[in-house]
Design a protein around this ligand. Sequence first.
Ligand code: BGC
Length: 333
Amino acid sequence: MVRKKMAVPVERVPVNVFKVFLASLTAFLILWFVPLLLGKYTDVTYPYIARKDIIYELVGLIGDAGKGIRWCPPISPYIEETVHLIDVEFDSLIEEELVKKYKIQPGGSWKPQECLSRYQVTIVVPYRNRSQQLRQFLTYMHPYLIRQQLDYRIVVVEQSNVTTFNRAKLFNIGFVESLKMATVDCFVFHDVDLLPQNDMNIYACTHHPRHMYSALDKFRYHLPYRNLFGGAIAVQRVHFSAVNGFANRYYGWGGEDDDFYSRIERKGLTIIRFDPQVALYVMLPHQSLPPSEDRFLHLNEGVSKSDDGLATLSYQLIEKKVLPLYTLILVSC
Ligand code: BGC
């Protein structure tokens, strides 16, 4: 008997919306969320030193102080435990009050009297046309650094109005001119519009070059990318010299810090950051400058142009002034 094949009607499988949703969700989790969790595509998991380890990383001891000298404790007793909430409109103390209250020495230097500071540092601030911010910076930073019992000096490097602003070159000049005044092993290169909110972010050098902030209010207390090395950095003198400082060719906004990062990397150094709870900052508001169009061009040339830096630095020193709250270096460059 021949069996007649019955035509099987094609069954329309009803689309199970729930299953489709579940499959899409799984795909989404695998493709996006898992790498995110692993920290592959995010800067949330960048390395940092735990708070308890901070003091062991610091260097900059002023050598053998000899018998009978009392070192300051590794963590200053004057450090305030709270995170400072900074009102960006805050009023500045007048200069004389600040000098008198904290006994700040001419040229914006200070060191504790009751003990020998463990950390010596020069803070270099590039500057032009932001007098209100400079006042706020000095008003805030002097007491902040004093609470940390540092042996420090603030050096402001001002660029005269002739050429486009060159942050990198001002840092190089600050480094060279500061070393003419005294030998210092640790430098903090710092924008005038940044204020640290936690006293535990010690302004001293670490064994590795350090990006001072892990969390910035402007970036919703995150970092836009892992290799960001802008705003405020702490670098040992030997490391800054070894990488030939910053490249001098970055006129205008942007790129010079990325170039500096690649110099650090090429020398086999790594950068570190402190815990975001410690390394958090506020940026004072100001009008943003348009990014320089040349910056990507320069960055691509970076490797071949690494001779551009401290070795090729040229500038005209207009004035060097010891002011009550800082040392001014006015240059044309
Ligand atoms: C610029 C850097 C800057 C960073 C964060 C980058 O695009 O090249 O110079 O620090 O953005 O604002």
